[in-house]
Design a protein around this ligand. Structure first.
Ligand code: FES
Length: 229
């Protein structure tokens, strides 16, 4: 268990120093008639602070660009559930500011995330999810196999500089946990296992890998993503 999380909160003797909100949660758990998993008693030690947020954080182009560079390009993001792409060739699209990926099941237990950009002129390879046999650019027909290796082009004599053995689609990093597929475009960010930190331990009682997606509701909301969140 992380140093940042205390698991002794169930002990009434330790409650006086808890923030008000954490104390209330503990009291609600006390009132539970069923056994409470120990993990739900854990209390983080991050300081609870509130302060005003400048309006520009939600409206400024400069802030958006900083978020694109320092948030979206530097974190692990959940792209889909594994059961959304159960068969070889199934694919989904994942996008975030400045990022467009095609997540493909290219083998029974092999899922990869490719940058959704043709290596010829940058055309988007895919605009829709669905089952595919290959990744074929709609512009001039450069084509890649499901594993990202180059499959061919209509007129190879025009491209003597292309070495078909190395002309592979660039991949984002991909990690899997609990049936979720995560991606990151940052080659330096720590592994997904490190990034999830204590989460798998907290969910040990509830096996998310044993669950499935039964409904997926999407709505475009005309607001800054932080407001929607
Ligand atoms: S842009 Fe994709 S083949 Fe030309």
């Amino acid at each position: 268990m992380s140093d940042a999380v205390r698991d002794d909160a169930a002990s009434p003797g330790h409650r006086d120093d808890l923030p008000h909100g954490a104390r209330v949660v503990q009291e609600l758990l006390d009132a539970e008639t069923r056994p409470v998993p120990a993990v739900l008693r854990a209390v983080g030690d991050a300081a609870a602070q509130t302060w005003g947020v400048p309006r520009a954080r939600y409206t400024s182009r400069a802030v958006h660009e900083r978020e694109e560079a320092k948030v979206w390009r530097r974190v692990w993001q959940m792209a889909c559930r594994e059961e959304q792409i159960p068969e070889v060739g199934d694919s989904v699209l994942y996008g975030a500011p400045g990022i467009s990926l095609v997540v493909v099941r290219c083998g029974p237990d092999d899922i990869r995330a490719f940058h959704n950009s043709c290596l010829h002129r940058g055309t988007r390879l895919r605009t829709q999810p669905g089952r595919i046999g290959e990744l074929r650019c709609p512009f001039h027909g450069f084509t890649w196999n499901l594993d990202g290796t180059f499959a061919g082009m209509p007129c190879p004599w025009d491209f003597p500089q292309v070495d078909p053995t190395t002309f592979c689609l660039p991949q984002a990093r991909l990690g899997r946990w609990g049936g979720f597929v995560f991606v990151t475009v940052d080659p330096e960010v720590p592994s997904l296992e490190d990034y999830l930190e204590i989460l798998p331990e907290h969910f040990a009682t509830w096996d998310l890998g044993d669950r499935y997606l039964s409904a997926h509701v999407v709505r475009v909301v005309p607001c800054n993503w932080k407001v929607a969140l």
